[in-house]
Write a protein that binds this ligand. Structure first.
Ligand SMILES: C=C(OP(=O)(O)O)C(=O)O
Ligand SMILES: [Mg+2]
Length: 570
């Protein structure tokens, strides 16, 4: 049966288990009973009750105590977690102690509102504010609602919202999860996660990747699967099968475990089974991330997302501060490749000192390299900082610009980079850049394909939209055709062409990308071994056949199935 959208059920009914397809995020297979997050917290409506003035101080104390309990619980979980999970839990705990929220609640209590209603109203004020700011700020709306629910539950004696702790290892199905819920998951009890919403770059996906928790997102129809039934979640195929054959299910779990164990031995360098070198690099945001990537045998950094270290800053960081940060990354990969991306501010990553807050359509607005039209000094100072860090560490970094759409943009950027003795390149994130790849390569030394944005602009679908996650799926044949065109331009010019979007983190798709002709893959550190080990098991000619099969498919699910067939993966 052909499918056209996520959620179409494959082969339902007596012929076999119902299979719900979605977007795979973290490989691994989980088999167990379904659990769901506990029901929504009942929020109080404003029934016009006014708290007498004399009781208002007590009401404020009740709020402070409830917020304190919520913050302490989350902080305790943060203390027991690591990495992104710990950061997310600590950030959510911090929100429960946020002075802005506290004073907004107190103002309402001073006006006579009971604590629970004051909490709901104050939280709504922040939800409206963050929603109007858009981009990454809008993503904080989920955190605000989560904290609101936790405090209201505490004030009104409802159970703590979130994920129950099951007695037997279980598969968690949810519409979406609050970041704190995902970060607080215990992988010994929750062995797999599928959500109806969310995309490959959502919080849920990022944290699941860090926890190594098999995960599928954007699974339509998931709400039809009742709690307690047994499911088989396959994080590589991107499916949830209801009530599968137990013998077959256990065999799939065992096979996935063996595959995971094989990864532990990955040491790099990246190459196909017949020895064709393909560098497996890491996407990092700072020195700590670079050191973690070096520890898992990444061969270098294929994407240093410089803007992430500066999110939330009101002022542009000084050249000295930037140089120190970049030098840390160069030192972690001394003598190896590090590709610095200049600030990619705008759209989903607004920076107070770089982007306009009031663009009607920020994804198509002044973002990435375009910010330099308004403020060329910002780019020049950043390049000075990269050059200074290179001088201090004796490195030869590559530097690339995001969101390049025209040949003159590439040429202008290359001149600024070469002036400082650095190696210039550009990202291919816009279809025009892929179409003009030959001509871009007359000016720059390398290209790096950002499949996250290239899919958004090729399929005209917002990469943050859960409803359109099937369109921004990196297995879309149109996206792969642009990757192929770009890689062929690189071959003609004898210049490297890498992929640094999320596509490179998918071990099967990585083989396809190599078959399309890309010369390096850059992904999250946690994906390096999976990608490297898979590639080491496939020879270059098979990668080419996999690429042909993926290009010939009509849509992502068919492409995955065809490639599994070519690679002999069941
Ligand atoms: C790597 C990319 O850049 P970012 O995800 O940071 O926009 C991309 O667009 O694929
Ligand atoms: Mg991008």
């Amino acid at each position: 049966m052909a499918i056209t959208a996520p959620g179409t059920v494959l082969q339902p009914g007596p012929a076999g288990p119902a299979v719900f397809p979605g977007t795979p995020v973290v490989p691994g297979v989980a088999y167990g009973p379904v659990i769901r997050p506990s029901g929504a917290v009942v929020l109080p409506g404003d029934d016009g009750v006014v708290v007498p003035e004399a009781d208002r101080p007590v009401e404020k104390e009740r709020f402070a105590a409830a917020a304190g309990v919520v913050a302490d619980r989350l902080a305790e979980r943060a203390g027991a977690a690591t990495g992104v999970s710990a950061e997310v839990l600590a950030t959510t705990a911090g929100l429960a102690r946020d002075r802005g929220l506290l004073s907004a609640v107190e103002q309402r209590i001073d006006a006579g509102a009971p604590a629970a209603i004051a909490t709901v109203q104050a939280a709504q004020q922040f939800v409206d504010l963050f929603t109007s700011l858009g981009g990454l700020m809008a993503e904080r709306v989920t955190d605000v609602r989560d904290i609101r629910d936790r405090i209201v539950a505490q004030l009104t004696g409802q159970g703590e919202p979130g994920v129950p702790s099951p007695a037997v290892p279980s598969v968690l199905l949810a519409d979406d999860l609050a970041p704190a819920d995902t970060a607080g998951l215990d992988p010994a009890r929750v062995i797999g996660l599928a959500t109806r919403l969310g995309g490959t770059t959502s919080h849920t996906a990022i944290i699941a990747r860090q926890l190594g928790l098999p995960c599928v997102v954007a699974v339509g129809g998931l709400d039809e699967v009742p709690e307690g039934v047994t499911v088989l979640l396959d994080g590589e195929r991107g499916t949830v099968e209801v009530d599968p054959d137990p013998v077959e299910a256990r065999a799939r779990v065992d096979a996935a475990r063996r595959a995971a164990a094989a990864l532990a031995g990955y040491r790099g360098p990246g190459r196909t089974r017949d020895g064709v070198a393909v560098k497996i690099l890491a996407n990092v945001q700072d020195g700590a991330g670079a050191r973690a990537a070096a520890a898992v045998h990444a061969e270098g950094v294929g994407l240093l997302r410089t803007e992430l270290a500066f999110l939330g800053r009101a002022e542009e960081p000084s050249v000295e501060e930037q140089a120190r940060g970049y030098a840390e990354v160069f030192t972690a990969f001394e003598g190896r490749r590090v590709v610095v991306r200049t600030l990619d501010a705008g759209s989903d990553k607004p920076l107070a000192f770089a982007t306009a807050p009031d663009e009607a359509n920020p994804a198509l607005g002044v973002r990435g390299l375009r910010v330099a039209r308004r403020d060329p000094g910002l780019l020049e100072r950043q390049l000075d900082a990269v050059a200074e860090a290179a001088r201090r560490t004796g490195s030869q970094p590559w530097v690339m610009a995001p969101m390049v759409a025209t040949v003159p943009e590439a040429a202008g950027f290359a001149a600024l980079v070469r002036d400082r003795g650095l190696v210039p390149g550009v990202m291919v994130e816009v279809p025009s850049a892929a179409l003009l790849a030959d001509r871009l390569l007359q000016h720059v030394d390398f290209l790096s394909i950002g499949t996250n944005d290239l899919s958004q602009y090729t399929l005209a679908a917002d990469r943050l939209s859960a409803d359109l996650a099937d369109l921004t799926d990196p297995w879309q044949p149109a996206l792969l055709a642009l990757v192929q065109a770009t890689a062929e331009a690189g071959r003609r010019a004898d210049r490297p062409v890498g992929v640094c979007g999320e596509a490179a983190a998918d071990p099967l798709l990585a083989c396809v990308l190599v078959g399309l002709g890309v010369t390096s893959l850059s992904c999250a550190a946690s994906s390096v071994a999976g990608v490297g080990a898979r590639l080491a098991a496939v020879d270059a000619d098979t990668c080419r056949r996999a690429a042909d099969a993926a290009l010939a498919a009509e849509e992502p699910h068919a492409a995955r199935t065809a490639v599994r067939g070519v690679l002999g993966v069941d």
